[in-house]
Design a protein around this ligand. Structure first.
Ligand SMILES: NC(=O)c1ccc[n+]([C@@H]2O[C@H](COP(=O)([O-])OP(=O)(O)OC[C@H]3O[C@@H](n4cnc5c(N)ncnc54)[C@H](O)[C@@H]3O)[C@@H](O)[C@H]2O)c1
Length: 518
């Protein structure tokens, strides 16, 4: 295996003008390695710039010549490579990439257009017609998505260099993928890999102090080794309190934790929120590595930096934004998750897939059973989707609100049931059905109802939850938003609309409908 690992290359792919060459150069420099660029190599071999070759002899002839150059580089080239944007359109190249660490440098269509506009036309013959440019972008996007072991978002030119050691770590972690989270207040690697925690890989230096709950400790207590200390809380939402936060921090203080050490949040969303909150405030802030163990936490709560605890007055009423230093999500841990907890996470998966649309929605709607050993791809796709949204808006002021799809009515159902009747994910599932009704998306609502029911989630409200209480909770929730935030609506997967006003009588009808499952 060691010999094989030595051969795994970091191969940068992505659309025209995504910055692949620059990324490969800075990663190679940071790692002290050699690198090569397939376009430059093409020019050396064929004595013609790749753009001119394509313009003269046609794209098919260019791809044929290009793929030989790429295969040769993959076979005998240096450890860091940048490929031409269209190289992945050749099936042989895609096959040859298997086993390497493929790094997708993302760029938006508009930004790519702006960047190529500055290049001389003979260098970018494939970018002269805007419609063909867009079509090419759409055609390649699913190929990059499918191939990527690692995803680097569009960002400043130094971003790839800062991610270099996290990318290099993937060489020794076959089966693990990484998405680089990048937003205004910071950045971190989010790794998703089956068996990742058992490899012993750790992304941070310094002493580790573990926070976990009694259930995760019982089932997976020894998974994370080399600990300087550990604190256990009781399993369940009851532990997300100021009192428990104080107890955890006092234990950390007693164990001598200092600012150079870091916390590890090893558990579901409760442990993630509680330990994240302790990390945000203990000694005015220490690093936290999130190691999520539930589906809810692996697709949602471990990312984005929202941390906090509940007050008797309301859930999540005290908290702080505190980005993790890294997230390590290992889907193997989900094997022990009780079916009802897995299903609750599935509601968040459906929510994310509805917001993202495209390939993720197609994958999720095709799942015919909820098998935790078959969710790795879906988990990574949800992580990417969530990180893209959080990158655009970290503090919930605009686009991040789309992540609240189904949550307005969902939260209200939780509150009306005094948080005892439905799990958060179950309430979100019911909230999704209401949101789709309010969006006049009847067919989609029916399909989501079938998906949720198939996963064992409730699709009807129990008689003990009064419609008036749900509606009152919706109103309270709206008042909490300074600008009277409306609903997130969604007519079609991939097209969420935040901040939409809805007539209260229609909300009543959508909630009442949840009592009449067909
Ligand atoms: N910060 C955010 O952005 C965010 C987002 C969504 C939800 N949340 C919060 O997350 C919490 C819900 O998280 P959750 O659904 O993960 O609940 P949870 O943390 O309570 O975990 C659910 C149950 O599963 C058990 N468990 C955890 N991992 C297990 C495993 N691998 N095998 C067997 N049992 C396991 C736990 O002990 C617990 O009993 C709520 O408090 C919610 O407010 C936060």
């Amino acid at each position: 295996l060691a010999a094989l690992e030595g051969k795994r290359k970091l191969v940068f792919i992505g659309f025209m003008a995504a910055g692949k060459t620059r990324a490969a150069a800075s990663v190679a420099a940071a790692l002290g390695e050699e690198w090569a660029d397939s376009d430059a190599e093409f020019e050396r071999v064929h004595g013609s710039i790749h753009g001119a070759f394509a313009a003269e002899r046609g794209e098919a002839a260019f791809r044929e010549a290009e793929h030989e150059v790429v295969l040769e580089l993959l076979e005998r080239g240096p450890g860091v490579l940048a490929l031409g944007g269209g190289a992945v359109e050749t099936p042989e190249v895609r096959r040859a990439l298997a086993g390497h660490v493929v790094v997708w440098c993302q760029v938006g269509l508009d930004e790519a257009g702006r960047r190529v506009a500055g290049d001389p036309p003979e260098n970018r013959p494939l970018a002269t017609d805007p419609e063909a440019f867009r079509e090419r972008f759409e055609r390649r996007r699913p190929l990059y998505t499918e191939l990527a072991t690692a995803v680097l978002p569009e960002g400043d030119p130094e971003l790839a260099g800062r991610a270099a050691s996290s990318l290099a770590a993937l060489r020794g972690l076959p089966g693990t993928r990484m998405a680089w989270a990048h937003s205004a207040s910071g950045e971190y690697p989010a790794y998703v890999g089956r068996g990742l925690l058992a490899t012993g890989f750790w992304p941070l230096d310094g002493r580790r102090f573990l926070v976990t709950d009694s259930e995760v400790a019982r089932l997976h207590g020894d998974t994370i080794g080399s600990l300087a200390g550990r604190v256990e809380v009781a399993a369940g939402e009851e532990s997300k309190t100021m009192a428990e936060a104080e107890r955890v921090m006092r234990e950390l203080a007693a164990m001598g934790m200092s600012r150079d050490d870091h916390l590890v949040a090893f558990g579901g969303g409760v442990v993630g929120d509680l330990a994240g909150f302790c990390a945000a405030t203990f000694q005015r802030g220490v690093a936290v590595v999130q190691a999520p163990t539930t589906l809810v936490a692996q697709v949602d709560s471990a990312y984005g930096g929202k941390t906090g605890v509940d007050l008797p007055e309301a859930k999540n009423y005290v908290g702080a934004y505190h980005l993790p230093a890294a997230v390590l999500a290992d889907p193997a841990l989900l094997a022990t998750l009780p079916p009802a907890e897995l299903a609750a996470g599935f509601a968040e998966v459906v929510k994310t897939a509805l917001i993202a649309g495209g390939a993720l929605w197609e994958r999720v709607r095709a799942l015919d059973e909820l098998d935790p050993s078959a969710l790795d791809e879906v988990i990574f796709a949800c992580v990417r989707a969530k990180l893209e949204i959080v990158a655009a808006d970290e503090r919930d002021s605009g686009i991040r609100q789309v992540l609240n799809l189904g949550h307005t009515v969902g939260h209200a159902i939780e509150a009306a049931g005094a948080y005892g009747r439905h799990r958060h994910g179950e309430a979100v599932g019911l909230g999704l059905l209401a949101a789709l009704r309010l969006s006049d998306a009847g067919e989609l609502r029916d399909e989501v109802e079938r998906l949720l029911a198939g996963a064992g989630l409730p699709v009807a409200l129990g008689p003990e939850i009064a419609t008036d209480e749900v509606l009152a909770a919706v109103e309270r929730d709206k008042k909490r938003g300074a600008d009277g935030v409306g609903f997130v609506l969604l007519e079609r997967p991939g097209e969420p609309l935040p901040g939409q006003p809805v007539d209260p009588s229609r909300v009543r009808a959508a909630v009442e409908e949840l009592r009449r499952p067909r």
